[in-house]
Design a protein around this ligand. Structure first.
Ligand code: ADA
Length: 549
């Protein structure tokens, strides 16, 4: 399943979840897709390349479009031996088209690579694991020469009346100009545009529509609507795309954030896509389990640390009214890391793919970038500024932020709409929490963050699951619960702060390389309030008590 709803009724779509042939290190395997290759006993720590192959049958000649929701971390895709795509980054989708495929059997080959090195500026040894494989779903489509590339939905309100702008991008792969009609249907209203699409080009068609009796999307009432778009040529319906949208407005004013005019407060978790037996290829069942646990603890928000998430998880957030901070892929990169010659382009591609593909999700209310990167440097500032500008050029409707740990030295706080900081009082730094918080806020207010909303993007402590100790020493479950309690009580009672995200929801695997092993028992980040199997620690009930209030 690639989304939690059907996305096409006219376009032929088949999902390629299942067993693929796989080869790595000279051995052959039958490998499930989606999955991490680390789930196989031979490949538990394998960092290298692996080749997947799959035969597909086409009943009529046509253009094949493959959509990969995630390959970790680099993919080269071949169709009948011809290379049709190269993609870097495990966490963003990409597609590839093979034109004029004949009826019969064809071969899809994917060479996946999860190695570290200069070619990979974002996937580096880090406090999370870079797995290998086709780790998210794959779909196989037959598309006409002229097809719908994507549809973006932008709601807005005048008084109590809702309207929306619907932007449809049409791609013409044929060698002649085509006259097409684009019909949209949403909430009982239809639009119709006729446009000409020159050969070999992409044209965006815009429709604006007013609506009646709309039920807005909000955390408490996450109303969703299906947006059906159909493309017709000479009166024949030849392609379609179904999106799911919500009517909601996100605003930042008076140092607060609002949805549809209602002030919001985020009680959230940082959640890595990592589950003990799944690796980063978290199954839908485990996504739902994670969501059930977070909501059981009273959370209303999630931060997709530190990369764009599987779209099915964002679909779940849309359905449940969970507020999402989605961010591009970066964690703790120094200025030397950011000077990797591939860094800026790989960030730009990640931001483009994140927004291009996730734009319509009402649950995403803020875009984040560059978690704890070199925002204390002038060169880092240049890159932060460039990335914020890219986001605003693609989406002016959502605020921006970045989680900083460059306390008292950050020179980028004037750039985002919302200022966020990571601070581990009484874990990494034993100090009076309230006093330290006040110093942080005072510094923010005087360093570019004046009148901006403030989010505590990370707060927490470590505990090894099952380690209880009446001394309440660090790494005991008792101490983790104490530290989380003490921090939440301070942060949740400060009116400067509009949200707090606990680091982190669940324990996650980290890379042994890069010296991380020395700070991370079991080669895991053990700051989850549940462990990697989602077994709750004492802190689970502490969070439930404090978030549940
Ligand atoms: C940082 C970082 C997280 C995690 C955390 C920790 O704030 O953003 O990814 O590494 O520290 O566990 O120390």
């Amino acid at each position: 399943m690639i989304r939690l709803f059907e996305t096409h009724r006219i376009r032929q779509v088949k999902e390629l979840d299942g067993i693929w042939d796989f080869k790595a290190q000279g051995h052959a395997y039958k490998m499930p897709v989606p999955a991490c290759w680390e789930q196989h006993p031979d490949l538990l720590n394998y960092r290298g390349k692996g080749t997947y192959t799959k035969k597909v049958y086409i009943t009529h000649p046509g253009n094949v479009r493959l959509e990969f929701k995630g390959v970790s971390h680099t993919a080269d895709v071949y169709f009948d031996g011809e290379k049709i795509a190269h993609h870097y980054n495990a966490f963003t989708p990409f597609s590839a088209v093979a034109r004029n495929a004949e009826k019969g059997v064809h071969e899809i080959k994917v060479e996946a690579d999860n190695t570290f090195g200069e070619h990979s500026a974002l996937h580096i040894p880090n406090d999370y694991y870079t797995y290998g494989g086709i780790t998210r779903p794959v779909s196989f489509e037959i598309i006409p020469d002229v097809y719908i590339k994507n549809v973006h939905f932008t709601p807005y309100r005048r008084g109590e009346r809702w309207s929306a702008k619907i932007e449809t991008v049409i791609c013409n792969m044929s060698d002649t100009e085509k006259n097409v009609e684009i019909k949209t249907e949403l909430a009982g209203k239809e639009t119709l545009n006729a446009i000409s699409v020159p050969s070999g080009s992409e044209i965006m068609s815009e429709a604006v529509q007013e609506f009646d009796d709309i039920k807005p999307w909000s955390p408490n009432e996450p109303n969703l609507y299906m947006l059906n778009t159909v493309l017709s040529i000479s009166g024949e319906d030849t392609d379609d795309l179904i999106e799911r949208v919500g009517f909601r407005i996100v605003e930042v004013k008076n140092s607060k954030m609002y949805i549809n005019g209602e002030e919001i407060y985020m009680k959230g978790f940082n959640r890595h896509e990592d589950y003990a037996s799944d690796g980063c290829a978290v199954t839908l069942q485990h996504m739902v389990h994670d969501m059930d646990l977070m909501q059981d603890m009273g959370a209303n928000a999630v931060r997709t640390c530190h990369y764009p998430n599987d779209e099915r998880f964002i679909d779940l957030c849309d359905e449940r009214g969970i507020l999402v901070w989605e961010e591009n892929h970066a964690r703790g990169l120094s200025i030397e890391n950011m000077q990797n010659p591939n860094f800026e382009r790989q960030c730009e591609d990640c931001i483009w793919e994140m927004i291009e593909n996730h734009y319509n999700h009402p649950s995403i209310i803020i875009w984040g970038i560059l978690n704890e990167c070199a925002s204390e440097t002038e060169e880092g500032r240049r890159m932060y500024k460039k990335q914020y500008e890219q986001i605003k050029s693609m989406d002016a409707t959502r605020p921006t932020t970045s989680a900083t740990c460059r306390h008292f030295t950050d020179i980028c706080l004037d750039l985002p709409d919302v200022v966020s900081f990571n601070l581990y009082s009484n874990w990494y730094e034993d100090c009076p929490i309230d006093e330290r918080k006040n110093r942080e806020i005072e510094w923010i207010r005087n360093s570019g963050g004046k009148n901006k909303p403030i989010i505590v993007s990370e707060v927490g402590a470590g505990a090894v699951y099952g380690y209880r100790d009446r001394s309440r020493c660090k790494w005991s479950e008792e101490r983790q619960a104490d530290i989380i309690r003490d921090n939440l009580e301070v942060y949740m009672s400060d009116e400067n702060i509009i949200g707090v995200f606990i680091w982190q929801f669940a324990d996650c695997r980290i890379t042994e390389e890069g010296g991380w092993f020395a700070q991370r028992a079991k080669c895991h980040n053990n700051k989850g309030v549940v462990d990697e199997f989602r077994r709750p620690k004492i802190a689970y009930d502490t969070v439930k008590e404090l978030f549940g209030e």
